[in-house]
Unconditional design. Structure first.
Length: 459
C-alpha cells in the first residue's frame, strides 16, 4: 500500500483503534435542514432471488457466488487488477471523529475545488474503474469529541453516544457521507455498503447484557436536534432507527451493515478454550439484542480476528489463544465459529459478511512471525486444501474480506518494502515465495484460483 491511500489507511488504524478483540475545536456545521422525503425507517425490498437453498434471504446485488475482497486504500485499486484475480470487493475505513476537524470529510478537500468529502467520490470512482464493489467501514464514534479522555475505549464510545452535541455532529457527518455517495451513484450502478461502527454494537450489547434490550442503552437521538431523531427514543433503538432513516431519505440505494461481535454475549467465541461455552445462549442473546433495535439490516458483518494469530502470539503474548483448530478437535475451532455465524445470520434472517480476516499463512517461508509477516491459518483453511468455504456459505456468508486491524499485520501487498523474502522455515513453512507480497503471494494465488471457479451462493 503506497501513496496517500496507504497513509490514510494506516492513519485510520492508528486513530480508530478498531477491531478490539474481546470486551476490549469543533469545526462541523451541525445546522440541519429538514428534508422533504419521509424520515421514518423503511423495510428493504423483499428479496427477489428464488429457488435458492441459501439459509437466509438474498438479493441480486449480493452476486451469484461467495464474494472475495480485500482492504484497499485510495490509489491502490490497480493492485487488484495486477493480481490477475477478479476481486468482488474492496474496503476502506472512514475515521477521525465527527467533530474534530480531522475526519474523512477533510481528506484531500483543500486540494480539490469539489470541496469536502471528495475522498469518497474518488474512492468510488476507482472501484468503478476496476469493477469492484465498495465497503466503507464508518468508524467515527470513538474519536469524536469530547468522549471521555480518562476512560477506556468502551466508555469513550458510550459517552459520545449519549452526548447530544456530539451526536448532532455525528448524524450530520453520516448524512453528508451518504449525500456524497449518492452523488456518485447518480452515474454508477456500483454496490456500496456502509459497515457501521464495529465494536460499538458489542459495547452496547454488553451494557444491557441482563436483558439484551437495546432500549436500555442511553443514546442522544431526538435530543440531538437532528431531523432523523424526531419522534425517536433517546436510546439504542432510536440510534439504529435514525441511521436507517438517514439512509432511506438521502441515499436509498446504499446498503447498511451492522456489526456482530463474537464476544458481546459473554464468552469469546474466537478465543475461549472451553469445550462448552453455552454457544446456543451466546447466539440467542446476540440475536435478541439486534432484534430489539427494530431495524432490518442489509448485511451483518462479523470479524473472526482483527490480527494474525501469530501477531497475537508474538507481539501481544496471548499464548496462542487466537489459533483455531481446523480439525475441530480442540477449541477454539473453525467448526464452532461456523456454528456461531450460522446462528446469527439465521436468527437475524440477514446474510453475513466476514471482514478484516487475517492474511497470514503457515505455508510460505515469508511468514516467519516477524513484523509484517505473521502466520495465521484462515486463508488456507477456507480457500486452501482444507476448503471449508462451503461451511461458511452454508452458514449464510455471502462474502469474505481480508485485511489487518493494526500496523504490522501481514499484508497481501509489499507493505514492508522488503521485496521477495524467503527466510528459514519456522514451522515447516517451506514454500518459496516468488512475489513481494508480505504473505509470500499466497492469498493472491488463492484468489486467482478461487475466483476462476467461485462457490455459488445458491447451490
Amino acid at each position: 500500500m503506497t501513496g496517500l491511500g496507504g497513509r490514510l489507511f494506516l492513519l485510520g488504524l492508528v486513530i480508530a483503534g478498531c477491531g478490539k478483540d474481546g470486551p476490549s475545536g469543533d469545526t462541523t456545521d451541525t445546522t440541519e435542514t429538514t428534508p422533504t422525503t419521509p424520515t421514518t425507517p423503511t423495510t428493504p425490498t423483499t428479496p427477489t432471488t428464488t429457488d435458492c437453498t441459501f439459509p437466509v434471504p438474498v438479493e441480486p446485488w449480493m452476486g451469484d457466488h461467495v464474494g472475495l475482497g480485500v482492504t484497499s486504500g485510495s490509489g491502490d485499486a490497480d493492485w487488484l487488477t495486477s493480481t490477475g484475480a477478479a476481486w468482488d470487493w474492496r474496503y476502506q475505513y472512514l475515521v477521525g471523529g465527527a467533530n474534530t476537524g480531522n475526519g474523512w470529510q477533510t481528506w484531500q478537500w483543500d486540494q480539490d475545488p469539489r470541496g469536502e468529502g471528495v475522498f469518497v467520490l474518488d474512492y468510488l470512482a476507482e472501484s468503478d474503474e476496476v469493477g469492484v464493489s465498495t465497503v466503507f467501514t464508518y468508524y467515527m464514534m470513538l474519536n469524536s469529541e469530547p468522549g471521555c479522555p480518562a476512560c477506556g475505549e468502551v466508555d469513550r464510545d458510550l459517552a459520545n453516544l449519549a452526548n447530544p452535541t456530539t451526536m448532532a455532529a455525528y448524524y450530520a457527518d453520516f448524512e453528508f457521507m451518504l449525500e456524497r455517495i449518492n452523488e456518485h451513484l447518480q452515474t454508477s450502478s456500483q454496490t456500496v455498503v456502509i459497515h457501521i461502527e464495529p465494536d460499538l454494537w458489542g459495547y452496547m450489547h454488553q451494557a444491557v447484557s441482563a436483558d439484551d434490550d437495546g432500549s436500555g442503552v442511553p443514546a442522544a437521538v431526538s435530543s440531538s436536534g437532528h431531523w432523523s431523531g424526531a419522534g425517536l427514543p433517546d436510546d439504542g433503538t432510536g440510534f439504529a432507527q435514525a441511521l436507517v432513516a438517514i439512509r432511506d431519505a438521502v441515499a436509498p440505494e446504499v446498503k447498511l451493515a451492522v456489526h456482530a461481535s463474537g464476544w458481546s454475549a459473554g464468552p469469546d467465541v474466537g478465543t475461549d478454550t472451553r469445550a462448552d461455552i453455552g454457544l446456543d445462549s451466546v447466539v440467542d442473546e446476540t440475536v435478541a439484542f439486534f432484534s430489539s433495535l427494530g431495524v432490518t439490516w442489509d448485511l451483518v458483518v462479523l470479524d473472526p480476528s482483527d490480527r494474525d494469530a501469530g501477531f497475537y502470539e508474538q507481539v501481544q503474548g496471548d499464548g496462542g489463544a487466537h489459533w483455531w483448530d481446523p480439525s475441530d478437535a480442540e477449541e477454539p475451532s473453525f467448526g464452532r465459529y461456523h456454528t456461531f455465524v450460522g446462528g446469527v445470520t439465521s436468527g437475524m434472517q440477514t446474510p453475513g459478511m466476514l471482514w478484516q480476516v487475517p492474511m497470514g499463512n503457515t505455508l510460505y517461508r515469508t511468514c516467519d512471525d516477524t513484523w509484517g509477516h505473521y502466520q495465521d491459518n484462515r486463508v488456507e483453511t477456507w480457500f486452501g486444501e482444507s476448503n471449508r468455504l462451503t461451511e461458511l456459505r452454508d452458514a449464510g456468508v455471502v462474502a469474505v474480506l481480508f485485511g489487518g486491524g493494526a500496523s504490522g499485520c501481514t499484508s497481501v501487498q509489499d507493505e514492508q518494502g522488503d521485496g521477495v523474502t524467503n527466510p528459514d522455515p519456522i514451522t515447516g513453512n517451506d514454500l518459496m515465495a516468488t512475489e513481494a507480497d508480505d504473505d509470500g503471494g499466497y492469498l493472491r494465488s488463492r484468489a486467482q484460483a478461487y475466483l476462476a471457479a467461485p462457490l455459488s451462493i445458491c447451490d
